[in-house]
Design a protein around this ligand. Structure first.
Ligand code: BGC
Length: 759
């Protein structure tokens, strides 16, 4: 369709109607002009296509495949794997005639309590960028669109439709917007979904700063922005700010407001044309992608889901190499989750799985196990009978594998957790089993970190997260060594909730959510505060061991515009074939702004046979060294030394090297009469000006206000006070008047001119 022609033919009412859905899952068709509807469906880890005639009260979905949730897949640190999963998702959409799959979600995990963390990737924006990029590219390579969500700063479920995420500019760009920026630039999602909440008191569905200034102007986004379902507050304002499509339908109510606003002159029709053009471009894309011949093989995708779950699981603990299990030993599986695994979360991402494999079923391929239920999932109350049966079962066997975690009532879209504890009946069960069995392994099914008070008492902990419908098979593959664990935590497991940086401000007071911890989210905070976590970001064990050697940089000195190549040799020094995630962290050694101790800026996952060595290469560009400078309103690299560290986790750094980076980036400075002597002297131009001034009154600037008779302490005090004294004090603190206020203002303005010319 020729959009320029169509735009001329559309009536005002028709244009307005294109700005909202026709129902829950379709855009508005206009048969008169042969404009078809586009169909969208949730996402993100499976296809939740509801019956096409469904209204909002009937959301029965077709049978599909539930892949592991984002909390798990991010731990794979595997771009290729995510891309393969994306392709499979794209294929299912294609076969089911869905044009846009809603997801992935790349909101940052600010608190472990966020009910929807299972749908998000990480506490780290670089990892979230890379994983989201791979997911989007995979889906879109099949000719199906994605919707990167929820833009922006939707980091909690409590009052999600009215609360305001209140934060400073650096925190926004460096942490919460960064994964969206990366994914938008690298993967070009067809659409973005704006979030329900406000950002700094402006609804994200009518936020010109996020939707236009940042998304389109700074990042160059060319696709369509749709609202989260029901996120629209003021529709005409949304059109003006850059929200193209309201979802779902508002039954014509908001379309009429758009028409009214255009007629009354409150909304420029050009703004309406702009959003209609974005809608029509999506229609064009969907039409040109259409392919009636595609089919999908659910069973093959089930096997892929199993593989992804295996590659995403994180082995948190493995004392005495309790894992992999010896098939010939007597093994007990304990816990309801062994029989009915918790493998996905509740809410809009809930998939109607065509089949689910439990560990109890899958273990039959390996050996016979004894089983006891241990606890019920519809209550937290310990059931003595179930526990006693489980204790007897553990006693009869050599090893007890307890399947535990969070039940549905604990975490979901729509609400946040109140604490980080596991259900008390499960904790009691684990304690009681540990009393009678010294070989206990805990398999966890949860969407977000939990406190692990039993960790020291058990020998093994295998974190399967919400591992998708094939999680039972994947778990057995790992338990019995058919596969070697290779996932790494994409988030910190704090020892206790109160250690978390957002603890004092989550979920905020009423609608006011203050992000007071700023950029210190996740490991950035635990590292800086020297807080020992239960398990650090990037942690994950393997059945084998890896050694790092011969780290090299392409140069010891580079300019901030150059690329730096980093290489290291990694050797499998154990007996199992396995995969290592080599993590690269950057430290800015002497930044004048506070920066985290280390930040993830690269990772590579490699597979090694026993004894094998491979060279791993990284390329770092200027962004790897930059921070968001609020004075420059941009990313800058400050000249100086940086340390590049390579490790197996954020707290297991194996080798590091230094590089000096020269940079022409300038932090803009605006001096005033209240700028301090210290600030002015630290700028060469300022120092020169002050020296000239002090020459005039025959005083050496370095000894101004001090003299030989002063003791060391008094001298130190006067110097410190002088350093932090505003320059206006020259008017009164010198023995005699040296200038007028006007002359001082002129001096400052001359300096500002000189500094301006510098940039
Ligand atoms: C969720 C979105 C989802 C949409 C459609 C909303 O409640 O926040 O993530 O895509 O519903 O189901």
């Amino acid at each position: 369709m020729n959009i320029d022609v169509i735009l001329k033919e559309l009536t005002l009412e028709e244009k307005a109607s294109l700005c909202s859905g026709s129902d829950a899952w379709h855009t508005q068709p206009i048969p008169r002009l042969d404009i078809p509807a586009v169909m969208v469906s949730d996402g993100p880890h499976g296809l939740r296509k509801v019956n096409e005639t469904a209204d909002m009260s009937n959301q029965a979905a077709i049978e599909a495949v539930c892949f592991p949730c984002a909390c798990a897949t991010a731990c794979s640190f595997d771009r290729e794997l995510l891309s393969t999963m994306g392709k499979a998702l794209g294929q299912s959409c294609k076969a089911e005639k869905v044009d846009v799959l809603l997801g992935p979600g790349c909101n940052i995990k600010r608190s472990p309590l966020c009910g929807r963390n299972f749908e998000y990737f990480s506490e780290d924006p670089y990892l979230a960028t890379e994983i989201a990029t791979a997911h989007i590219k995979g889906v879109q390579s099949m000719g199906v669109g994605t919707s990167l969500k929820h833009f922006a700063c939707n980091n909690q479920e409590t009052r999600r439709m009215t609360c305001s995420a209140n934060m400073d500019e650096r925190t926004f760009f460096e942490i919460y917007a960064a994964a969206f920026e990366g994914a938008v630039k690298n993967a070009k999602p067809y659409t973005i979904m704006c979030s329900y909440n406000k950002l700094n008191n402006v609804y994200c569905s009518e936020n010109a700063f996020t939707l236009t200034d940042v998304l389109r102007k700074k990042w160059g986004f060319k696709g369509l922005v749709m609202s989260d379902w029901g996120a629209v507050n003021n529709r005409p304002l949304g059109v003006q700010a850059g929200l193209d499509l309201e979802m779902p339908t508002s039954h014509g109510v908001n379309d009429a407001l758009i028409v009214e606003a255009v007629k009354s002159g409150k909304l420029d029709e050009k703004d309406l044309d702009r959003v209609v053009r974005n809608v029509l471009e999506l229609v064009n894309k969907a039409e040109s992608n259409s392919d009636e011949t595609v089919t999908w093989d659910k069973q093959a995708q089930h096997e892929l889901a199993r593989k992804i779950a295996r590659e995403s699981a994180v082995l948190l603990r493995n004392e005495d190499s309790i894992l992999p299990l010896d098939k010939s030993s007597k093994i007990a599986f304990i816990g309801e989750f062994a029989n009915t695994p918790r493998y996905q979360g509740s809410g809009s991402s809930h998939i109607n799985s065509f089949k689910v494999t439990s560990a109890l079923e899958a273990v039959k391929n390996y050996c016979d196990v004894d089983y006891a239920k241990g606890y019920a999932t519809d209550t937290d109350e310990a059931d003595d009978k179930l526990i006693n049966e489980a204790v007897e079962c553990a006693k009869r066997n050599d090893v007890a594998v307890i399947f535990a975690g969070l039940t549905d009532i604990y975490e979901s879209e729509g609400f946040d957790r109140k604490h980080m504890r596991m259900p008390s009946n499960q904790l009691t069960l684990i304690d009681r089993i540990c009393e009678v069995c010294s070989n206990v392994v805990v398999v966890l099914h949860n969407g977000s970190p939990v406190e692990l008070p039993f960790a020291a008492k058990v020998k093994g902990i295998l974190e399967m997260y919400l591992g998708g419908q094939a999680v039972g098979s994947a778990t057995c593959d790992l338990l019995f060594g058919e596969a070697n664990p290779c996932g790494k935590l994409s988030e910190t497991f704090p020892l206790k909730l109160s250690d978390n940086p957002s603890y004092l401000n989550f979920p905020g007071h009423m609608d006011d959510v203050q992000y007071k911890e700023g950029i210190f989210v996740g490991y950035r905070y635990y590292d800086y505060k020297q807080i020992e976590p239960m398990y650090p970001f990037g942690h994950g064990l393997s059945y084998t061991t890896f050694e790092y050697s011969d780290m090299k940089l392409s140069s010891q000195t580079i300019s901030s515009t150059d690329e730096l190549t980093v290489s290291v040799n990694v050797t499998n020094t154990g007996k199992f074939e396995g995969k290592e995630v080599v993590q690269l962290y950057v430290t800015d050694d002497l930044c004048s702004y506070t920066r985290p101790i280390r930040e993830l800026k690269g990772f590579e996952k490699i597979s090694l046979k026993p004894g094998e060595t491979k060279k791993v290469m990284f390329k770092l560009d200027r962004r790897a060294f930059a921070f968001y400078c609020t004075d420059a309103h941009d990313w800058i690299v400050e000249e100086g030394d940086f340390t590049i560290s390579l490790g197996s986790s954020s707290r297991d750094i194996r080798t590091s090297c230094s590089v000096y980076i020269s940079s022409d980036d300038i932090i803009p400075i605006q001096l005033t009469v209240n700028s301090t002597f210290g600030d002015i002297i630290s700028i060469p131009e300022g120092k020169k000006k002050l020296e000239e001034l002090f020459d005039k009154i025959n005083t050496d600037i370095s000894s101004a206000q001090t003299d030989e008779t002063m003791g060391a302490a008094a001298k130190k005090m006067v110097e410190a006070m002088m350093w932090e004294m505003p320059i206006r004090a020259v008017l009164s603190f010198t023995g005699k008047p040296i200038m007028t206020y006007k002359e001082l203002e002129n001096l400052i303005s001359e300096l500002n001119d000189e500094l301006g010319q510098r940039s």
